[in-house]
Design a binder for this molecule. Structure first.
Ligand code: HEC
Length: 142
């Protein structure tokens, strides 16, 4: 006996929901994170303890990029304060998690901006150790 139309529709709906859940759930799981988890991940990849002091130095030292920027050009030297984009002038919410609860809660976003900004400022990607250092420094602000 052939399945009735509503039954077939129900089957398709279930199948689609299953596929969507299988695709979306790991994605969501991979994205959500806490600052402590991200710092632990970078520290593990670096294979050595992070240094807040080195992080501050990297953040505030002018890089070799054409724009002669440092991270602090846009983010200021005080990560609890609003930053300002060097080109667009747009406000950038503080980077320190203590001043901005949304910071370092989405792995993809953090990776994306570390890669982009390190290339702009340093003309290369930051190493895991450098990311750990910057995060360690940002987490010293209470
Ligand atoms: C030209 C301006 C500019 C410079 C220079 C800059 N940033 Fe950013 N940064 C931004 C903007 C814009 C965002 C995205 C907007 C936001 O998240 O508020 C951002 C976001 C970030 C994030 C994302 C944090 C999160 O929420 O997960 C990190 C990390 C970061 N920047 C680190 C750095 C570091 C490290 C440097 C120096 C190597 C740097 N930035 C230099 C403009 C800049």
């Amino acid at each position: 006996m052939k399945a009735s139309k509503p039954t077939r529709l129900a089957h398709w709906t279930l199948l689609l929901a299953g596929v969507a859940a299988a695709v979306l759930m790991p994605l969501a799981a991979a994205k959500a994170a806490t600052p402590a988890e991200l710092l632990a991940g970078y520290t593990k990849a670096a294979g050595a303890p992070a240094s807040a002091e080195r992080g501050q130095k990297l953040f505030t030292t002018q890089g070799k990029g054409d724009f002669e920027w440092s991270c602090s050009t846009c983010h200021t030297g005080d990560p609890t304060k609003l930053g300002k984009h060097a080109i667009s002038g747009k406000a950038i919410p503080p980077l320190a998690p203590s001043a901005n609860k949304e910071r370092f809660t989405a792995r993809n976003k953090t990776e994306f901006h570390f890669n982009l900004n390190c290339k702009d400022v340093l003309t290369r990607e930051c190493t895991a150790a450098e990311k750990a250092d910057v995060m360690a420094w940002l987490l010293t602000f209470k």
